[in-house]
Design a protein around this ligand. Structure first.
Ligand code: SF4
Length: 295
């Protein structure tokens, strides 16, 4: 694979009625496809890019996880998605999030090579603080990111979604390989090495992970750490029976975090009208190989 790729054909496109979220399905040179999501918030434009075709992690609520793993993307295939977004958005494109299809830290070499090109002044020149790597908690990858690549001041987001193994095992099979003790230990070391704040993501599923007791467990785990928790309701997918938790659950959860002094933001679901949760457009174009019915 060469270092750079020509613009990739757009096979499908969906746009939300308010024009704030757009998803493009790009065709790779070997015929595989990946999703790129462009998000607009006031004057700011962000892009969410993929690092793998499919994903081996199998998160129950995720359309990409439901389709299984196909292959890693090369660094050039990751960078070309950002170039696509820049062509579409122009200089307003300010943030890059590696939170699309795939688990970035299971494709570590290519992901980091791509991030270095995205942030290099001779490459795309994005400020590293405007680039976020999002992981489900690949503990050794988090440690490597802090130890070997800690010079790169990108943001780290950990998709947590539960603060006890019993709950996390139900929705994230990767938790059996990297249980929460290992994930939190890796995050603690990452913070010690880099001095940087870590974001935790929490998608609320009714009756699964929306109990305020989960917030208490989280508060015990991260008391005093420089973290920020992003809370949002589930984006439903056709292959998963779980439903978004009611807004009151988020409020009760957020109240526990407030009490514990843990910074958090309640985020709006974006793009559910256009199936902008990762993997859903590709899934619509390619019927799922491994549907997951429930947890
Ligand atoms: S949420 Fe991310 S890590 Fe989990 S299955 Fe989907 S793409 Fe993979």
């Amino acid at each position: 694979m060469s270092d750079t790729l020509p613009p990739l054909p757009v096979l499908a496109r969906q746009e939300s009625p308010d024009g704030e979220t757009r998803k493009d399905l790009l065709q790779l040179p070997d015929g595989e496809t990946v999703e790129v999501v462009l998000l607009r918030y006031r004057e700011r434009r962000s892009v969410c890019v993929s690092t793998q075709v499919g994903c081996a992690c199998g998160c129950a609520f995720c359309a990409t996880g439901q389709m299984g793993f196909v292959r890693d993307l090369s660094a050039a295939e990751i960078v070309t998605q950002v170039e696509h977004a820049r062509r579409e958005s122009g200089p307003a494109l300010s943030n890059v999030v590696l939170m699309g299809m795939g688990e970035p830290l299971l494709n570590y070499e290519h992901t980091l090579a791509a991030v270095r090109r995205i942030t290099d002044q001779r490459g795309l020149g994005f400020p590293p603080r405007r680039v976020t790597i999002s992981t489900v908690g690949i503990a050794d990858g988090i440690e490597r990111l802090g130890r070997a690549d800690g010079d790169l001041p990108v943001k780290l987001a950990v998709s947590l979604h539960a603060a006890t193994d019993a709950v996390r095992d139900r929705i994230m099979p990767i938790n059996r390989r990297y249980p929460l003790d290992e994930v939190f230990a890796a995050v603690e070391r990452y913070i010690a090495w880099t001095g940087r704040r870590v974001m935790f993501e929490w998608v609320f599923i009714a009756g699964v992970n929306d109990d305020p007791a989960q917030a208490e467990s989280l508060a015990e785990r991260v008391a005093g750490w420089p973290v920020h928790v992003n809370l949002m309701r589930l984006n439903p997918t056709p292959g998963y029976a779980g439903r978004p938790a009611p807004p009151e659950s988020l409020e009760a959860f957020a109240a526990v975090l407030d009490e514990a002094g843990i910074p958090h933001t309640v985020r709006q679901r974006r793009g559910s009208e256009i199936e902008a949760g990762c993997g859903q457009l590709r899934r619509a174009a390619t019927p799922a190989a491994h549907p997951v019915d429930s947890v």
